[in-house]
Design a protein. Structure first.
Length: 425
């Protein structure tokens, strides 16, 4: 047998041993190059907007936005993308709130120009694929004139800064912190994102808020605003009621309970002027508390959403009031319970098909006239997406911004509604 390792060199003068050695060194490089695309393909897909927030002004457009798809840090090409806009923002060329397509060679998917609605406000833009999603904020200063209405009376335009946030009947807070009640500026330094106004049994506006440094304040029209004891930044859940991030319930300046989930708690004023509080604890159990009484754990499905005092809706649509299951088919994301002057729980909701319903404990639930899917803003009060205000089953007003409207029950059992209108571009 011939010993190849000892064979003569080929004509070009390169030894075969050298050729084989070179080939041996090149094989791992070829193998690595071949496996790189497979590794990239197996990496998780990530979608990223080029900005966290896109800002503009009412009736203008947002341009130049895009989302990038990557896999293992490498641009992902040809990924199907769906873009969805909320709260009245639409794509300028189509008038739709949805856009679909696929990423290009650099992994980017450019968004069409986005039209900001006349009322401005904040919204979300969501990019989604089968394997990933991303969210960014669309933001424009609120616009819109302030209005009040009580059934049986004439709607009245009221003095307040354009687009001021409605926090209760006849009570609003501007983006820069001015509190306007009954058409007059009453306070400054109010955080509009942490303020609530309720009506007292004597029909006064009772307001609680935090200032921009997180301090707690209370105010009733005709009295002096008072700073109140509570942890800095505690979430306002009703007049003179707050919950800290770690679950302390503070009412009337004193710590009353612990273990309260601040994201699932509501306090409402009773006809005898007490603070009535319902919440879930951090394990999802349901609790009720009235100042001066003992907190009571109440029957309800774990984690059921609190929609008012002693009223909750489970994720699968069960309405529980006073510890008993009362109705089914209730959309927990479009339901409100309020306390009537005779201390009954009055509940309004849409079912999962969008139909409107009302219920008072001890009575029969009634389907009520209103556009399908109209937003519940209080008992027996709803606003459609195109701005129709429906109260007691009748259309009462038009041009109402459904994202900035509240209805509350007055001591004489009337629906009192405040809103901003919908400016047209």
């Amino acid at each position: 047998m011939t010993d190849l390792s000892r064979a003569s060199a080929p004509d070009d003068g390169i030894a075969r041993r050298t050729i084989l050695a070179g080939a041996a060194w090149s094989i791992p490089v070829i193998a690595t190059a071949a496996t790189a695309p497979a590794a990239a393909a197996s990496a998780a897909l990530t979608l990223t907007f080029d900005k966290a927030t896109y800002a503009g002004t009412a009736c203008s457009t947002i341009t130049g936005a895009y989302v990038t798809a990557t896999s293992g840090g490498v641009p992902a090409v040809g990924v199907p993308i769906t873009i969805s806009l909320s709260d009245g923002y639409v794509f300028t060329t189509t008038g739709s709130n949805s856009q679909t397509g696929s990423t290009s060679g650099n992994g980017r998917f450019p968004l069409q120009a986005i039209s900001i609605p006349g009322q401005g406000g904040s919204a979300t833009v969501i990019a989604s694929s089968t394997a990933a999603s991303a969210t960014a904020i669309l933001d424009a200063p609120q616009s819109g004139k302030a209005w009040n209405y009580i059934v049986g009376q004439t709607a009245v335009q009221i003095d307040a800064p354009d687009g001021a946030k409605v926090i209760g009947y006849n009570a609003r807070v501007s983006a820069d912190g001015e509190l306007w009640v009954q058409g007059l500026r009453r306070q400054t330094g109010v955080n509009p994102d942490n303020a609530v106004a309720e009506l007292t049994p004597t029909n006064e506006a009772a307001i609680s808020w935090t200032d921009f440094s997180g301090k707690a304040w209370n105010y009733i029209v005709g009295q002096t605003a008072v700073q109140i004891d509570a942890p800095d930044g505690a979430k306002v859940i009703g007049y003179n009621a707050r919950v800290s991030a770690d679950g302390e319930l503070w009412v009337q300046g004193s710590r009353r309970q612990t273990g309260v989930n601040p994201n699932n708690a509501i306090s409402q004023i009773t006809p005898d002027n007490a603070a009535a509080v319902s919440w879930t604890d951090f394990s999802g159990k349901a609790w009720n508390y009235i100042v001066g009484q003992t907190a009571v754990q109440i029957d309800a499905p774990d984690g059921a959403k609190v929609i008012g005092y002693n009223a909750r809706v489970s994720a699968d649509g069960e309405l529980w009031v006073q510890g008993s299951r009362r109705q089914t088919g209730v959309n927990p994301n479009n339901a409100i319970s309020q306390i009537t002057p005779d201390n009954a729980a009055a509940v309004s909701w849409t079912d999962f098909s969008g139909k409107a319903w009302n219920y008072i404990v001890g009575q029969t639930a009634v389907q009520i006239d209103a556009p399908d899917g109209a937003k519940v803003i209080g008992y027996n009060a709803r606003v459609s997406s195109d701005g129709e205000l429906w109260v007691q089953g009748s259309r009462r007003q038009t041009g109402v911004n459904p994202n900035n409207a509240i209805s509350q029950i007055t001591p004489d059992n009337a629906a009192a509604v405040s809103w901003t209108d919908l400016p047209r571009c």
